[in-house]
Write a protein that binds this ligand. Structure first.
Ligand SMILES: Nc1ncnc2c1ncn2[C@@H]1O[C@H](COP(=O)(O)OP(=O)(O)OP(=O)(O)O)[C@@H](O)[C@H]1O
Length: 586
């Protein structure tokens, strides 16, 4: 589970380099602790139930020179610990020297919000309130407000606006000195910037608009941006999520190098299923409201029992209904499909046929075109309409332009980071309503009991009864009582919860329910497990394998981890691999 296992899970080598070599490196024993929390409970600020601790009896000391990872199965609990380190939670009793003893002994202490930075790789909702953020805008012409390039976003002070503001400066000796210092600091930033973007494979993307970057590219860019601000501690929440196999060791090696030079110190959180890099010496394991902190080997030993349980859950017996056999009808046929943005040729002559009953694992490095190919398949991409002979795109037996997008949404169930982030988080939308939008593929509850209106605008009594039954089925099969919690909502209680108030993992499960509820002919599962904890993942895997997708449905799973695909090769999973815009069955 934690180290080794699949071929992708490797131990990462130790590397030594001297970033920011001007910093003095003291002997660890003479330095104050980096983090110190002693016998404290952690509470949310403003929680109406102020007596309820989110984490209890936390005892955690991180000494200078130690390399820590925060590990846990629930995205929520790990994030609580990182939020505590950011100063966003109440620590009771507060540590006498502050959470960061090393900061208070610094000759020029910086405010906490400058000294500590967090980059979260977990999902990031972009929709505000009830509005739906249109993620498909990225595929069309880039809007004026989205034109900021990756380079400009890194150095906003060099944009025209800031330069003009500088003209009004009254120049005196003091400002000349600070201007020289500023220039030196800026040059130093540039040197590091160039090195980091090269190492993380971002150098060829610097002049692209930010919105054009893929998920993995965006995540790497956010780390570079955070490093440029030179925090004392950089907290990384799930940095391996969504990163391709080749980038993971490079990123981890860079983080190790920076941490060794304390510039900045790195504390990262990892999911249970992520490999723990070899150079991590200590682990804070967050589980069931407790933090078990100590040397890596000791903590990992205590996890052995837990690991056995996880393996058991993820190696569920095959069921007849999960094994596709025979060739189904053709649902999607791509012949020499191309997607281009000016001179950037993102998909090149793609040939791919998806049939009913198929189970596909779509693979490819960050930026290889996976999201783009899916947006062509769902008809969201404007270039899905413009394939001209010899190129063609046929969906459900007809050319793309013969389908209304609304019809395609009823026939393709989607889970993706884009959808998660764009999902409208209206205060009033219940879990039931969110799930039921899946029948018509919309984003707003419609019709009696929110069961939708169907394509004709009304539902027959029979259709309504089937829809109602299906909502209950997915709520029962994927709901909290299947997640292994001792005290969990029943399906009926969960149905009434307000979607926007659920923790991230539970929201992901609800969006999975939404994708499956209408039993669409095609199901697309892009980073489906993101944010879910182990109980949720095993419930979802069990459901998918045990009839949650029927024989006639086709499924495409997009993941950088082979073992995240719910089916194995022996169960007929095929691989379609994208490489530099070209695709082939692997
Ligand atoms: N509007 C655009 N203009 C130029 N290039 C674009 C545009 N939109 C996307 N791209 C480029 O298309 C490529 C494919 O992006 P896509 O999001 O499909 O990758 P991906 O395989 O899904 O990556 P990830 O694993 O990181 O999610 C990327 O290199 C991206 O920079």
């Amino acid at each position: 589970m934690l180290v080794g296992g699949s071929p992708a899970r490797v131990a990462f080598p130790r590397v030594n380099c001297n970033y920011f070599s001007r910093r003095r490196v003291h002997s660890a024993s003479t330095l104050p602790d980096v983090v110190h929390i002693s016998k404290a409970n952690i509470y949310r600020f403003g929680d109406p139930d102020g007596s309820r601790a989110v984490l209890r009896d936390v005892n955690w000391t991180m000494r200078e020179g130690e390399n820590w990872a925060v590990v846990g199965s629930g995205a929520g609990e790990k994030t609580v610990l990182l939020e505590t380190l950011l100063g966003n939670m109440r620590v009771s009793p507060p540590p006498s020297g502050g959470i960061y003893p090393f900061l208070s002994s610094s000759p020029s202490p910086r405010p906490l919000n400058e000294a500590i930075a967090l980059v979260s790789f977990a999902h990031r909702p972009r929709a505000s309130g009830g509005a739906f953020y249109d993620y498909t805008a990225r595929y069309g012409a880039v809007r004026e407000e989205d034109r900021v390039t990756l380079r400009e976003s890194m150095f906003p002070e060099e944009s025209g606006l800031v330069r003009d503001a500088l003209k009004s400066f009254v120049v005196n000796d003091k400002t000349q000195v600070s201007y020289a210092q500023e220039r030196e600091a800026r040059m130093e930033r540039k040197v590091h910037f160039e090195e980091w973007v090269r190492k993380l494979g971002l150098d060829s993307l610097l002049d692209l608009p930010l919105v054009a970057l893929s998920n993995g590219q965006t995540r790497r860019a956010r780390i570079v941006k955070a490093l440029l601000d030179k925090p004392e501690i950089l907290l990384l929440d799930e940095p391996l999520t969504g990163l391709d196999v080749h980038t993971r060791p490079t990123l981890l090696s860079l983080l190790h190098t920076l941490h060794e030079a304390r510039s900045p110190r790195i504390i990262m959180s990892l999911r249970m299923q992520d490999p723990i890099p070899e150079w991590v010496s200590h682990v804070a394991l967050v589980s069931n409201g407790r933090v078990h902190a100590g040397e890596k080997d000791v903590i990992l030993k205590s996890l052995a029992h837990h690991e056995a349980k996880t393996k058991e859950a993820s190696h569920l017996p095959r069921t007849e209904s999960s094994q596709p056999h025979g060739q189904g009808e053709i649902l999607v046929e791509m012949r020499d499909v191309n997607v281009k943005y000016h001179e950037r040729h993102v998909l090149k002559n793609i040939n791919w046929t998806i049939r009913a009953r198929d189970r596909w694992h779509l693979q490819g490095a960050n930026g290889s075109g996976k999201t783009t190919i899916l947006s062509v398949l769902t008809g969201d991409h404007p270039q899905s309409y413009t394939q001209r002979a010899p190129s063609s795109l046929t969906l459900f037996g007809k050319p793309r332009r013969a389908h209304a997008t609304a019809t395609l949404r009823t026939r393709i169930g989607v889970v993706s980071p884009e959808l998660y982030n764009a999902w409208p988080r209206a205060r009033s939308m219940s879990v039931w309503e969110a799930v039921a939008t899946g029948f018509d593929g919309g984003f707003v509850p419609l019709g009696e009991n929110a069961l939708g209106l169907g394509l004709s605008g009304t539902l027959s009594a029979e259709e309504r009864a089937w829809r109602e039954r299906r909502v209950w089925e997915v709520l029962e099969a994927l709901g909290p009582q299947r997640w292994g919690d001792e005290v969990a909502d029943t399906a009926a209680e969960f149905a009434q919860r307000i979607f926007s108030t659920l923790p991230a993992g539970a929201q992901s499960v609800v969006l999975l329910m939404r994708a499956l509820v209408g039993r669409p002919p095609i199901v697309l599962l892009d980073e489906v497990w993101a944010g879910m904890d182990e109980g949720m993942i095993s419930a979802s895997r069990a459901y998918l394998r045990g009839g949650g997708v029927g024989e006639g449905q086709a499924v495409v799973v997009i993941s950088h981890w082979e073992d995240e695909v719910p089916w194995g090769k022996s169960e007929g999973v095929k691989r379609y691999k994208l490489e530099a815009g070209m695709g082939q069955e692997a």
